[in-house]
Design a protein around this ligand. Structure first.
Ligand code: SF4
Ligand code: SF4
Length: 430
C-alpha cells in the first residue's frame, strides 16, 4: 500500500536505538534498523510503498499513517470546547485567608496581612454553588496565604459544600507548619485527598527561606507533622515540592534522599521548577531545555524519576480557560489564575455581587485559544498539548510579552522518551 506519513510522528534514533512516537495516539514503538530505514524513506518521500501488511497494520493502529488532519483538528476543538463549557463540574480554589505565618522572601502575599474570609463571603460561595443546578462534581483546592490559618473556615465551608454536591473532593496547598494532630484527625471528614507542602531544601537552606515571621526555623516541625500525617491519615497523598532553579538544583536530590534514608515512605517528592512568568529573559529560573536536562540527568545518574517521561494528553489541563473554574479571595474577589491572587488588576468579579469583568473573563475563556494560534495548528504536539499556561498566553497576546508557552516536549521529546524507554528496560531487568 502507498502510505501517507502523519505529521504527528516523531521518528528518531538515540544511542543506537530507533523509535517511533505518534502524538496522535500517544503511542511509542521500538524499531529495528531495517524498519527505521524504511520509515525514514516513507517520511522523506523516497519510499512509496510498504509491502509488509503487519507493519501497515501496526502503523495504522498507531495512527502514524493516512491521517485526516482536518478531522484531528475538529476533534481536538470539540473535546476542548466541551470541557470549557462543561456545567457538570466546578473547580474552586478557595483562599480562606491571604495571611501567612511564614515570611518567605519571594512571596507575593507579604503585603496582604490579616485578610480572613467573612461569614458573608462564605454564604455567597454557598449560594453560588447552590444555584448551579446541573452540578455533579465539585473540586476544591484550599489555598492562601496559609490556608490552615483559616482552618475553622475550611471546616464550615466543607460541611456546607459537601452537602450540596454528590461528588465532592478537596486538596490543599499548605506550608505544613500547622498540620497538627488535630488537623490530621479531621482530614478524612474534610475529604482532603492531597496536601502539597513545600520544602526548600534541607533544614539549613529551608529555614533560611521558609522561616516563621519571627525568623524561627520550621523544617523540623514540618517533618514531624508529615510523619504524623503519614501514620494517621494514610489515605491522604502527601506531595513534597522542592523549589529549584539554576542556583540550587541539588536541593531536590538532598530532600529526596532525606526521606529515603530516614525511612519515611509514602511521600512523593517532586521538583518545583521555578519558571519566570514575569520577565521575558529569565535570570536564574529554568527554561524548558534546562528542565529536560535536569530530569534526564537525575534519572541517569540517580535512577530517580523526578517527572513523568511519557507524555500525557493535556486537554484544558489548567482550568483557568474554563467557565467552570474560579479562584476566590477572602473578600469574595474572583480571579482566573492562582498566581493572580492579591493583584487588583486581575480581579474578574466578586462572588458577593455577581458582577464580572467581562473583558478579562472572555480573554481567558475565548481570547487565548490555542486553536486560533497558527503555530499550534501546525505543531506536531497539538494532539497532546493544550497550548500551555493560559496566563502566559494572555500576557503574550494582550501585553506584548514573549514568554515561553510551549510544552516541555517541544524541545525535549527525544530525550524524555528515551529516558522512558530506559526506565521500562530497567524495570524488566530488575
Ligand atoms: S499560572 Fe498558568 S497554569 Fe498556573 S493556574 Fe495560572 S493560568 Fe493556570
Ligand atoms: S503551545 Fe507550543 S507545543 Fe503546544 S501546541 Fe502550541 S506550538 Fe505546540
Amino acid at each position: 500500500m502507498i502510505p501517507r506519513w502523519s505529521k504527528y510522528n516523531f521518528l528518531f534514533r538515540k544511542e543506537g536505538h530507533c523509535f517511533l512516537y505518534s502524538s496522535l495516539s500517544n503511542s511509542f514503538a521500538l524499531l529495528d534498523d531495517e524498519t527505521y530505514d524504511l520509515l525514514c524513506g516513507v517520511r522523506d518521500g523516497n519510499q512509496s510503498e510498504i509491502t509488509d501488511n503487519d507493519l501497515v497494520q501496526t502503523l495504522s493502529h498507531m495512527q502514524a499513517i493516512n491521517v485526516d488532519e482536518d478531522l484531528v483538528i475538529n476533534l481536538i476543538r470539540f473535546i476542548s470546547q466541551k470541557r470549557k463549557f462543561d456545567q457538570e463540574s466546578l473547580y474552586l480554589t478557595i483562599n480562606p485567608t491571604l495571611s501567612c505565618n511564614f515570611r518567605c522572601p519571594y512571596c507575593f502575599e507579604t503585603e496582604h496581612h490579616d485578610r480572613f474570609m467573612s461569614d458573608e463571603t462564605e454564604d455567597a460561595i454557598i449560594s453560588y454553588v447552590k444555584k448551579k443546578g446541573s452540578l455533579k462534581h465539585l473540586n476544591v483546592m484550599w489555598f492562601g496565604g496559609e490556608p490552615l490559618l483559616g482552618f475553622k473556615r475550611i471546616k464550615s465551608l466543607t460541611n456546607r459544600l459537601s452537602g450540596i454536591v454528590e461528588n465532592y473532593s478537596a486538596a490543599m496547598i499548605s506550608n505544613g507548619y500547622l498540620l497538627t494532630p488535630e488537623v490530621v484527625a479531621s482530614l478524612e471528614d474534610l475529604q482532603i485527598r492531597m496536601i502539597q507542602i513545600t520544602l526548600d531544601g534541607l533544614a539549613t537552606s529551608h529555614d533560611k527561606k521558609r522561616c516563621l515571621k519571627s525568623g524561627a526555623p520550621t523544617f523540623d516541625r514540618i517533618i514531624d507533622n508529615i510523619t504524623h500525617c503519614l501514620k494517621n491519615a494514610p489515605s491522604v497523598r502527601i506531595v513534597i515540592r522542592v523549589n529549584i532553579n539554576n542556583d540550587n538544583p541539588d536541593d531536590y536530590l538532598q530532600v529526596y534522599d532525606y526521606f529515603a534514608s530516614n525511612g519515611i515512605s509514602g511521600v512523593e517528592v517532586v521538583p518545583g521548577f521555578i519558571v519566570d512568568r514575569e520577565n521575558d529573559i529569565p535570570t536564574c529560573a529554568f527554561n524548558h531545555k534546562q528542565i529536560v536536562n535536569f530530569a534526564c540527568k537525575t534519572f541517569r545518574d540517580h535512577k530517580i524519576k523526578s517527572i513523568s517521561f511519557f507524555p500525557s494528553i493535556m486537554r484544558n489541563s489548567c482550568s483557568a480557560r474554563n467557565i467552570n473554574s474560579l479562584v476566590i479571595g477572602p473578600d469574595g474577589e474572583l480571579y482566573k489564575c492562582w498566581e493572580e491572587v492579591g493583584r487588583n488588576e486581575c480581579i474578574v468579579g466578586n462572588i458577593k455581587e455577581s458582577t464580572y469583568n467581562r473583558g478579562l473573563m472572555l480573554r481567558y475563556t475565548a481570547g487565548i485559544d490555542q486553536l486560533d494560534d497558527s503555530q499550534c495548528i501546525e505543531c506536531r504536539l497539538l494532539p497532546i498539548c493544550d497550548g500551555g499556561c493560559p496566563r502566559v498566553r494572555l500576557l503574550n497576546k494582550y501585553e506584548g510579552r514573549h514568554l515561553e508557552t510551549c510544552h516541555l516536549l517541544k524541545d525535549g521529546m527525544e530525550d524524555l522518551l528515551y529516558c522512558h524507554y530506559l526506565s521500562k528496560r530497567q524495570k524488566t531487568t530488575e
